[in-house]
Design a protein around this ligand. Structure first.
Ligand SMILES: [Zn+2]
Length: 252
């Protein structure tokens, strides 16, 4: 069995409030969150889980989505990926998007050789979002003008894409959200996207502040606890470096 090597890479920050990551809590308490994407390599395939925020569209994103999104030039995913892994954009074979909010698929378009995997339900619902999600599903980052329709690979449920690389539906934050389970020599790491925005959410069983289905959020966190040993959350604020080697251990 081959193991995957993985690296979490920071693609900018968003100034928000605790209420954004934890429902019903402290809507007025400021919180700066990071935006993470992950590079995974099994010695044969180069895979990204999510592609972060596109700094080239940062002014547009501030004007149309959230005015407190930041990215310095070293944090643009193309630049940060090269620095952290040595990969060029054209080296990436596969992108798995957890979901299609602007801060998770913003740089898909730069990876021209990559096949992109998404749950069909996520792709379809992204074009018909609930009112509260309209701006964060910025279609310019995933519509046909940005990504050829034929580059998408649609999943319907759980799927092992490659040995040790599993897409696991984890709905609740969005209708078609998925997480990725990756087998490493230290155990199974879950790249959770916004199914679990911060480690505090899963440790204290707290629903994210942005969701379409509260009960599914909790069910998805239960599924992750059962299946994974470690977790990389989508917006962990308490890690300052651009990569980390010791991921948060999940309680059994
Ligand atoms: Zn999201």
């Amino acid at each position: 069995m081959k193991f995957w090597k993985i690296k979490a890479i920071k693609a900018g920050t968003i100034k928000t409030t605790i209420g954004d990551t934890i429902r019903y809590k402290s809507l007025d308490v400021p919180l700066e969150i990071n935006s993470w994407f992950v590079a995974a390599d099994d010695g044969e395939h180069k895979v990204l889980i999510d592609t972060g925020i596109d700094g080239n569209s940062i002014e547009w994103s501030r004007n149309n989505i959230i005015e407190t999104v930041y990215q310095d030039e070293t944090q643009h995913p193309i630049t940060a990926l090269k620095k952290e892994t040595g990969w060029n954009a054209e080296d990436v074979d596969i992108i798995i998007n957890t979901h299609l909010h602007y801060d998770h698929c913003g740089c898909n378009k730069y990876f021209q050789n990559a096949k992109i995997y998404i749950q069909r339900k996520e792709f379809e619902s992204a074009f018909h979002p609930v009112k509260a999600h309209e701006s964060i599903y910025a279609q310019r980052f995933f519509d046909k003008n940005s990504i050829s329709y034929f580059r998408w690979n649609f999943l319907e449920g759980e799927k092992e894409i490659l040995p040790g690389l599993i897409c696991l539906p984890t709905p609740g934050h969005t209708y078609g959200h998925q997480s990725v389970l990756i087998l490493t020599e230290n155990g199974t790491v879950c790249v959770a996207g916004d199914a679990v925005p911060t480690v505090r959410n899963i440790n204290e069983n707290l629903e994210t502040g942005v969701s379409v289905d509260s009960s599914k959020v909790i069910e998805s966190m239960d599924a992750i606890r059962i299946r994974a040993d470690y977790i990389i959350t989508g917006h962990e604020p308490n890690i300052k470096e651009n990569s980390f080697t010791s991921f948060s251990k999940l309680a059994g």
